[in-house]
Design a protein around this ligand. Sequence first.
Ligand SMILES: *[C@@H]1O[C@H](CO)[C@@H](O)[C@H](O)[C@H]1NC(C)=O
Ligand SMILES: *[C@@H]1O[C@H](CO)[C@@H](O)[C@H](O)[C@H]1NC(C)=O
Length: 370
Amino acid sequence: MAALTAIVLTVFALTICNADAADATTGQVTYVFGDSMAEVGNNNYLPNALAKSNYPWYGVDYIKGQPTGRFTNGRTVGDIMSAKLGVPSPPPFLSLSMNDDAILKGVNYASGGAGILNETGLYFIQKLSFYDQITCFEKTKAAIVRKIGKESAEELCNEAIYFIGLGSNDYVNNFLQPFMADGQQYTHDEFVGLVITTLDGQLRRLYDLGARKVVFHGLGPLGCIPSQRVKSRNGQCLHVVNNYVTEFNARVKDLLDGLNNKLPGAQMAFADSYSIVMDLINNPQNYGFKISHTSCCNVDSVIGGLCSPNSKLCANRSEFVFWDAYHTSDAANQVIADRLFSDRADVGRAPSPAPLLGPAASPGPAPSPL
Ligand SMILES: *[C@@H]1O[C@H](CO)[C@@H](O)[C@H](O)[C@H]1NC(C)=O
Ligand SMILES: *[C@@H]1O[C@H](CO)[C@@H](O)[C@H](O)[C@H]1NC(C)=O
């Protein structure tokens, strides 16, 4: 784990030093792939998407206090990481025209309800699965080639950082859902094998499109998110679920190591948010929080688990680790981003290939969108 962290940090450092990417752009270019923990508004553009958060009280602590499509009261971990990198948080893909010069600076493809597997979250009707998100990046790349030419486009894509945060929904909105086939059909060993094989293909597809510096955000302790705790007898964490997550994270690390060995120039790093989020949950007072077992808008056992316009909010949103039954609060996201960023900074000593930090940490939803 230390070694992986070191890799992450080193990649980050390399990236910062070489931040001269292609032409016109200044600042680190980032392309973000993910689920509701990283979404910044794509699903608002999908008329039939059920996983949406563009209503109060989402965004109550964001700029202007307005909902944006982010699944939290304020900023995502990705927003905070972008600020730390000194660049604006990339806009949602579906808000952009491919003529827009913004595509040269970074794009966010994340979509609530998305998973690594195509079938994950299918009951949200419309969303951008990871497969779809890569297809959107493929279109972005073609537009970049039209704008700045093939050679500069290759350079830009090679120098960009690709943040990926997916997998929570493959558990919460697939394997752990009794009405979804995968949990019936597969043992966990088989399921995690399927997810990892699928991810392998997707990361190779991104590599073929020019991605070299990839940061994969591992899963947080999903067994401890409010929507999972309510399934236990006394509101405790579901250890079985946390064990699944731990295995998934380990398998992803192995996959990234293997790809770094096989694919020339690949610098794929794993950003571990599991321990950070677990520590926040176990020792909230150490970080200035008071409550970590239940959500600010008190929707733990509500179907969907999202805050609603009728929700009665907690008195002090900074005291809660969880905003709704799946998603961490703005205050918690700040702590998570700070930790990921400082882990990165430690890295100076271990030389290694790979990218930098990562974003989102935390939980995902259950019968609901994440
Ligand atoms: C996922 O969906 C895409 C597009 O619908 C399809 O081309 C691809 O083969 C699917 N992947 C798997 C593993 O079924
Ligand atoms: C809310 O909680 C935070 C963190 O404990 C604390 O710093 C702040 O003073 C509180 N705000 C109010 C209005 O009580």
